[in-house]
Design a protein around this ligand. Structure first.
Ligand code: AVI
Length: 322
């Protein structure tokens, strides 16, 4: 399991990734970034409004409540970049707070052109804010933003929604390190992190009774059928959410309900699955508030502020590049 997100750019890359991950010997896997095709992205938007999945609302509540204070702690002129534009809805609070004091450039970095277009539509009308989208992977896009900025500009990078949790812990730190390497001293990173909570609540958030998360997970097999000509029978798999207490993460798996053989022609692959065997599709790491401070310190940041939601344990962390 490595990075989250983003639609596929090239079928052969998709096929090669599927081949590599599905043939792992100890535990078969599928990369979580492939969960987000058009159907998967629509299902994820629905997950975000499920009563059992409080993460997105907590993220948005904190931004709504504290955007003024967050931008108030940063020197101007301040420009804003975002890793993954998402729907842009949560970002509105930050941009509106900033627009009260200055003209602002907002640079959403996103590999999906449709997501960029949606974000421009959502945020395009804010007075004093100009949007320049970068259709690139996160780090490449951030490098391009930094290269084009004026000397006097400070940068605030948004990485919201606890997307960091979909990286393995080591990979997440490596990523933060890489972000720090691109930034200048004094630039800021606003990092959203989902915090540990009662295991039953965490499990329900990833296995909702309406079955939306199950559909989101199973759609990954549907996508492989559609794009790589595979013959997964979705009714022969069951969605499973597990709490891995040692790694402090929710894992999503797809359990094979019977012994079966699946052909994936575009990947040149035939997979024999045993009854009960699982395919691991995603990890969502959870944090303690203190973990984030330690992680920040290890990756070249100091924590300027941390805001916690009162309803759903979640933290917005304002990190400053040292
Ligand atoms: C995008 N990411 C932070 C979500 C999460 O909570 O890990 C993806 C998700 N998977 C299942 N539900 C939501």
């Amino acid at each position: 399991m490595q990075t989250p997100s983003l639609p596929v750019r090239d079928v052969s890359e998709f096929a090669a990734d599927i081949r590599e991950s599905l043939t792992k010997s100890a535990q078969r896997e599928l990369p979580s970034k492939y969960l987000y095709d058009e159907v998967g992205s629509a299902l994820f938007e629905t997950i975000c409004v499920l009563p059992e999945y409080g993460l997105t609302r907590a993220d948005a509540r904190l931004l709504q409540k504290h955007a003024g204070e967050i931008v108030g702690r940063l020197p101007g002129p301040l420009q804003v970049a975002e890793l993954g534009s998402g729907s842009g809805k949560k970002t509105r609070w930050i941009l509106e707070a900033l627009a009260k004091r200055q003209k602002t450039y907002y640079y959403p970095i996103e590999i999906s052109p449709s997501a960029l277009a949606a974000c421009e539509k959502e945020l395009g009308q804010i007075d004093m804010v100009s949007i320049v989208g970068y259709e690139q992977p996160y780090l490449e896009g951030l490098r391009a933003v930094v290269e084009s900025r004026e000397e006097k500009d400070h940068l605030l990078v948004l990485f919201l929604g606890s997307t960091i949790g979909n990286f393995d812990r080591d990979a997440g730190e490596k990523f933060l390190n890489a972000v720090r390497g691109i930034l200048r001293r004094g630039d800021a990173l606003l990092l959203g992190t989902d915090l540990e909570k009662a295991v039953a609540d965490q499990l329900l958030a990833y296995d909702d009774p309406a079955g939306v998360t199950a559909a989101f997970n199973l759609n990954l097999l549907g996508r492989i059928n559609r794009e790589l000509g595979a013959d997964f029978d979705l009714s022969s798999f069951r969605h499973e959410a597990r709490w891995n207490a040692k790694e402090r993460r929710i894992e999503m798996h797809l359990r094979s309900l019977q012994e079966q053989t699946v052909e994936i022609p575009a990947a040149g692959l035939r997979v024999r699955l045993k009854e009960g065997e699982t395919i691991w599709t995603e990890s969502s790491h959870k944090y303690k508030a203190g973990d984030v401070l330690a992680m920040a310190a290890r990756t070249g940041f100091r924590c300027e502020g941390q805001w916690l939601d009162e309803e759903w344990p979640f933290a917005q962390n304002l990190l400053i590049a040292k």
